[in-house]
Each structure stands twice: as structure tokens, then as C-alpha cells.
Ligand binder design. Structure first.
Ligand SMILES: NC(=O)c1ccc[n+]([C@@H]2O[C@H](COP(=O)([O-])OP(=O)(O)OC[C@H]3O[C@@H](n4cnc5c(N)ncnc54)[C@H](OP(=O)(O)O)[C@@H]3O)[C@@H](O)[C@H]2O)c1
Length: 237
């Protein structure tokens, strides 16, 4: 389906969830994969899972100087996929302000930092995972909607500013695993069943489905400024 032979692909956030699925798939299709995230232990485990000579870099996307240094020293990438973020979700009046700011720092500014300094080959691509809440507000998730909306808008502006580098986003609804892994298996299963039943697809997404879409955007030279809402129909439900 894809041919990434000899291409350098960075997955920032590649030690878990959608990022790990993307890194695994890219490596299977021949890419030289590097994953970046904060925890060296999780990175080491993930690299072993990915195989195919995958490498890792310890990087906190919130640290603008560290990301700038990484951009200068890590060479030219064919494609970059950004899934790294660490956000707390709660209604605006319940979420402590420092947590709200941290969420924006992590998901929006983290991507911004990398977009600002990473070097990407002409015709190569930069993709981020935003979220369907950008266009389908849900009570209790207003901040996430705002962050995702800001990301989607940034992606389209960057597609103009960074051309011939292509810039795209995938916006899912709930995807199993990943950021929900702190919950017990039973609680996850109950949450996926309850929420999935409200989606026209009848279930929540799988990390591999989002990964495939991210790689498709990377592999499609005509795709830029593209936002793919891949949400099981959640945004029209
Ligand atoms: N899963 C869903 O239901 C869903 C739905 C819509 C959108 N999304 C979005 O999709 C993205 C991936 O979600 P996921 O479920 O795959 O999450 P996840 O499993 O929690 O993975 C997050 C990855 O990002 C890394 N990371 C977190 N903060 C970072 C930072 N400051 N700098 C560098 N790396 C960082 C994590 O490793 P370390 O902690 O070691 O740094 C991990 O590798 C997120 O942006 C999320 O908002 C997810």
C-alpha cells in the first residue's frame, strides 16, 4: 500500500497509542523511523516493538529551545507526524487554570515548536493529530475543541507558509488505547461501548486506522492543507 523505502520519518509522540501505531506501520513499509517523546523507558520499549532499526530521541515538545536544537541537529526529514501531547480533560470551570494552559502548551505549542524548526524535504510532509471537537463542540470538552480548532487553522496556514512542504491533519473522535490507557481495562471497555454506540460507525476508532490515514496523507503528494475528519461519523451524529 505504501512505499517509504529509504525515507526518514519522525513520529513525535511515537512511544504510545496512535504515534506508536504510525511508527510501526511506517517501519513495515520501509521507512527509517525515529520516535521522539519524553520518557526514555517508554521510548526504549517502543523501539523494540517497532523493530526495523527504529531509533529514538528524548524530546519534550513543550521545551522550545530543545525542539529548536533538535531541528538544527536531526537532519532533513521526509515526513514528520506529530501525535505527542499530554492533556487533562474537564469542563472549563472545573479544570485548574495551570492544567488548561499546560494542555495548550502541550498539544498546540508543542506542534508549533516543531513546525517552526524541523527541516523537511521539499514535497515532504508534516502532519498532526487534532480532533473532531474542533468542529463538533461537546460539553465538558470545550478546551480540547479550542486547541484542536487552533491546530486545524494553523495546519492550513502552514500549508501556505511552508510550501513545497505539505502540512495536514487528521481529526479523530475517541480512539481506543493511547491516552485512555491510564484507565482500567473494564472502564475503558465500558467507555468505548457507551461512546461508540453514539457514533454512526457503532464503535470507537483504532490507532491503526488513524495511523493509516496519517501515512496516506504523507504518501499523497497532492495532499496539503487537508484536514481529514476520521471519526466514525461522530461529528454528524
Ligand atoms: N486517543 C484518542 O481518543 C484521541 C482522540 C482525538 C485526538 N487524539 C489526539 O491524538 C494524539 C495522540 O493520542 P494518543 O491517544 O495516541 O496519546 P498517547 O497514547 O497518550 O500518546 C502520547 C504520546 O506523546 C508523548 N508525549 C506527551 N507529551 C509530550 C511532550 N510534551 N513532548 C513529547 N512527547 C510527548 C507520549 O510519551 P511521553 O509521555 O513519554 O512523552 C506518547 O508517546 C493526542 O494529541 C490526542 O490529543 C486522541
Amino acid at each position: 500500500m505504501f512505499d517509504f523505502a529509504g525515507q526518514r520519518i519522525l513520529v513525535a509522540g511515537g512511544s504510545s497509542g496512535i504515534g506508536l501505531a504510525s511508527a510501526q506501520m511506517a517501519a513495515q513499509y520501509g521507512a527509517q523511523v525515529t520516535i521522539a517523546a519524553r520518557s526514555p523507558e517508554r521510548l526504549t520499549k517502543a523501539v523494540a516493538q517497532i523493530g526495523h532499526g527504529a531509533q529514538h530521541a528524548v524530546l519534550d515538545l513543550i521545551d522550545a529551545e530543545a525542539v529548536a536544537r533538535f531541528g538544527e541537529t536531526s537532519g532533513i526529514w521526509d515526513h514528520i507526524i506529530v501525535t505527542g501531547s499530554d492533556v487533562k480533560i474537564a469542563p472549563v470551570r472545573d479544570l485548574p487554570l495551570p492544567d488548561a494552559r499546560q494542555a495548550f502548551d502541550s498539544k498546540f505549542w508543542g506542534f508549533y515548536h516543531l513546525a517552526r524548526s524541523a527541516r523537511i524535504a521539499p514535497g515532504g510532509s508534516l502532519s498532526v493529530v487534532a480532533g473532531f471537537l474542533a468542529t463538533r463542540p461537546v460539553a465538558g470538552r470545550a478546551l480540547m475543541g479550542a486547541i484542536n480548532g487552533a491546530l486545524e487553522s494553523l495546519v492550513q496556514g502552514l500549508a501556505l507558509e511552508l510550501k513545497p512542504v505539505r502540512v495536514n491533519a487528521v481529526s479523530p473522535a475517541v480512539v481506543a488505547g493511547g491516552m485512555w490507557s491510564h484507565m482500567s481495562q473494564e472502564d475503558q471497555a465500558a467507555m468505548y461501548a457507551r461512546i461508540g454506540a453514539t457514533y454512526p460507525a457503532g464503535r470507537v476508532g483504532a490507532g491503526e486506522e488513524i495511523a493509516r490515514q496519517l501515512l496516506l496523507l504523507a504518501a499523497t503528494g497532492y495532499a496539503t492543507g487537508t484536514i481529514v475528519t476520521l471519526d466514525g461519523g461522530a461529528s454528524i451524529a
